[in-house]
Design a protein around this ligand. Structure first.
Ligand code: HEC
Length: 127
């Protein structure tokens, strides 16, 4: 009876490994990569600190930007409200940790809000 059990454990381990290898590949494929590239290039080119607290589709200190895009999908006021919150900071929407103000100029914040809202809001579901 020992052999089959060992074989089963080995098969399970192989399955877990396959899953672990699959998840990062799938998450990278969920979001439109050219939208992501545009957004991260803008952040880098302008020397902004956003990525220290935000991941494209990972929650860090602040919410994942794909979650932000999903939350405000179809909200006509979202572009201006988000632009204001990116420039002025905010708190209480995603948790108790506040986002500081002054991280981007109002013009940068407007650009960023548009690019964040343009991220595929269904990226998480497509995994
Ligand atoms: C010091 C960490 C930190 C940095 C740096 C930071 N954020 Fe945030 N951000 C947060 C936190 C925390 C929240 C959640 C605030 C809340 O719950 O209302 C947030 C929320 C947001 C939201 C959602 C706002 C809402 O009302 O739903 C957007 C969009 C956003 N950040 C964009 C940016 C951009 C763009 C930058 C770079 C200019 C940036 N953040 C830099 C921590 C940060």
């Amino acid at each position: 009876m020992k052999q089959p059990i060992v074989a089963r454990i080995a098969a399970t381990a192989a399955g877990v490994l396959a899953l672990v290898a699959f998840v990062p590949a799938a998450s990278a494929g969920g979001v439109n990569q050219s939208d992501v590239a545009k957004l991260t290039a803008y952040v880098q080119d302008n020397g902004l600190s956003c990525m220290g607290c935000h991941g494209i589709d990972t929650k860090l200190v602040g919410p994942a930007w794909t979650d932000v895009a999903k939350k405000y999908q179809g909200d006509p006021k979202a572009p201006s409200e988000l632009a204001k919150r990116i420039a002025d900071g905010g708190s209480g929407v995603w948790g108790q940790v506040p986002m500081p103000s002054g991280l981007a100029t109002p013009a940068q914040a407007k650009e960023l809000a548009g690019m964040i809202l343009a991220l595929d809001p269904c990226a998480k579901e497509k995994r």
